[in-house]
Design a protein around this ligand. Structure first.
Ligand code: HEC
Ligand code: HEC
Length: 473
């Protein structure tokens, strides 16, 4: 029998009052700078409340509170932490951003016109204009990623329907993307949504180094950081792990027979290609040595001990985990997997599962660098607040419309249009909205997306269980 969540009700109350008891001075500074925090649940853990309960982070302590991650390394006042906040699982959320806007009249360093505003160089001379200029950031928590169409690309951009009339040249595209969490990076198989910071054959660590340089020169508009600064940022972020640890209705997620919690996640084994259904071992440092033997569908094994729990919500989480691992639906027409002739799988996968793509044990990202187009950027899902690009393939003249060309802006390949990586699925409850463009406001919307896209025909019970599980990650 596991413990009932009685005790956690008290804990939740403490979480929401945000009392800081015995945290050290430096940690208290970080905590008050970035959120109301509660004292560590365990040594080395910092806990932050969210509407579902709380997350905890390990790897952030007095030894690294002075890390350059928290320093403005460029010219515009921004630090990494400006967009990667511990309380929001090292990302940002629209609700926290709206607070930040109100607190600072829209002058916090995140509100900069190089990439925080809908258009580069927007007019931000009054509060009203700032609210307008940063509307996408405030509503969806997205940052503008401006990239040029690669030289010798197989396509050109022939038109853009831009609701903001930014008047940018058609040789580039503005893509509005969610900051990926700068935590749990041990499990990455590619850096950035489109993998652009990872160069072929390089180790993930090298990709993270590229990313730091790009972030300081781009987001922070600075000179390239020193090698020592780069090393200490990369070491710091690779040491960060974060997961949900308290669920409002199920109680503690990292106690007794539940195996969640950031320290447990940090000990999870990983090599590139682990548990991959196609047994792909990428030719890069860190790849698994031996064959993975194909997919063990039981990717998440955190809550199986709760199957017979006497707490109903714990049973729901356990059922949701089993649904994620094993509930079958047909996966078809996914470019990068089985959507085109050159893809590794030739036919629809009749017994597809969430874990075909989210295959890394207990982290949930794709364990191989394999950008996929599951349709998030399709013209059919376009909402009036995002631009719509028309791309023309030079060789054939065929055209396609998309809100974000994705991987194609890195490789120049027509077949890469709309492809993104399968991201890490931990600490989700702390960082809505979801998908690269923040188009799913809630986890329930994510489930609805999959239900429609793959015609999974989840029952209401299955949807509720899956939701309980995703919230508990
Ligand atoms: C202005 C906001 C902003 C700032 C400042 C910023 N980032 Fe990011 N970060 C983002 C966005 C947006 C993405 C996703 C972009 C994409 O994939 O196209 C991202 C992605 C990342 C990723 C990739 C994670 C993954 O899963 O691939 C890492 C790591 C990261 N940032 C670390 C940092 C570090 C370190 C710094 C400071 C040197 C920093 N960021 C500064 C917004 C920011
Ligand atoms: C065919 C591969 C594939 C399958 C199957 C799949 N996913 Fe995904 N998943 C992805 C990709 C790729 C993304 C990123 C898409 C984007 O943002 O454009 C993603 C993103 C997500 C996200 C958003 C994470 C974030 O940080 O924003 C969640 C949550 C998620 N998937 C859950 C699920 C669940 C639940 C299932 C099963 C019902 C599932 N996925 C099935 C490939 C897949």
């Amino acid at each position: 029998m596991d413990r009932t969540p009685q005790r956690q009700t008290g804990l939740s109350r403490r979480l929401t009052t945000g009392v800081t008891l015995a945290a050290t001075a430096t940690i208290a500074v970080i905590a008050t700078a970035y959120a109301s925090s509660v004292p560590p649940r365990r040594t080395g853990e910092l806990t932050f409340p969210n509407p579902s309960g709380a997350i905890a982070t390990v790897g952030l302590d007095e030894r690294n509170a002075g890390n350059p991650f928290f320093q403005a390394l460029g010219t515009n006042g921004r630090a990494c932490a400006t967009c990667h906040q511990p309380a929001q699982a090292w990302s940002i959320t629209p609700s926290e951003l709206r607070d930040r806007f109100d607190r600072t009249d829209g002058l916090d360093p995140i509100f900069r016109v190089n990439d925080g505003s809908n258009c580069e160089g927007a007019d931000v001379s009054t509060i009203r204009k700032r609210r307008q200029a940063f509307s996408l950031l405030l509503q969806k928590g997205v940052i503008r990623v401006g990239l040029d169409v690669p030289a010798r690309a197989e396509f050109e951009i022939v038109a853009v329907d831009d609701p903001y009339r930014c008047a940018a040249p058609l040789t580039s595209a503005s893509m509005y993307r969610r900051p990926l969490p700068s935590t749990n990076l041990k499990f990455l198989s590619g850096v950035m949504w489109d993998g652009r910071a990872s160069k072929p054959g390089q180790a993930i660590r090298d990709g993270l180094i590229n990313q730091v340089v790009d972030a300081v020169t781009g987001h922070a508009q600075g000179a390239p950081p020193s090698p020592a600064q780069i090393q200490s940022i990369v070491d710091f972020e690779l040491g960060l792990f974060a997961t949900q640890v308290v669920d409002r209705s199920a109680g503690g997620l990292a106690e007794g027979i539940a195996r969640s919690g950031p320290a447990t996640l940090g000990r999870e084994l990983f090599c590139l290609g682990i548990n991959d259904p196609l047994d792909m071992r990428p030719p890069m440092p860190g790849a698994c040595g031996a064959s993975s033997g194909g997919l063990d569908p039981f990717v998440f094994t955190l809550f199986r001990g709760w199957t017979d729990s006497d707490v109903l919500q714990r049973q729901a989480i356990a059922r949701g985990e089993a649904i994620f691992n094993t509930r079958q639906f047909v996966i078809d027409n996914v470019p990068g997997l089985n959507g085109r002739l050159e893809d590794p799988v030739r036919r629809p996968l009749q017994n597809g599962t969430c874990t075909i793509c989210h295959d890394t044990p207990n982290a949930g990202n794709h364990s191989v660098p394999m950008p996929l187009n599951i349709g998030v950027a399709d013209a059919s899902r376009r909402t009036t607040d995002s631009p719509l690009y028309t791309l023309r393939r030079r060789a054939t003249g065929e055209t396609i419309q998309t809100t974000d060309p994705g991987r194609a802006m890195v490789t120049g390949k027509w077949n890469d249009v709309g492809k993104f990586k399968g991201p890490i699925l931990r600490a989700l409850a702390a960082r809505p909205p979801y998908f690269h463009d923040g188009s799913a406001a809630t986890l329930a919307e994510v489930i609805r997306f999959y239900d429609t896209r793959f015609q999974a025909r989840f029952t209401e019970q299955e949807k509720a269980d899956l939701l309980a599980f995703l919230r508990a990650l």
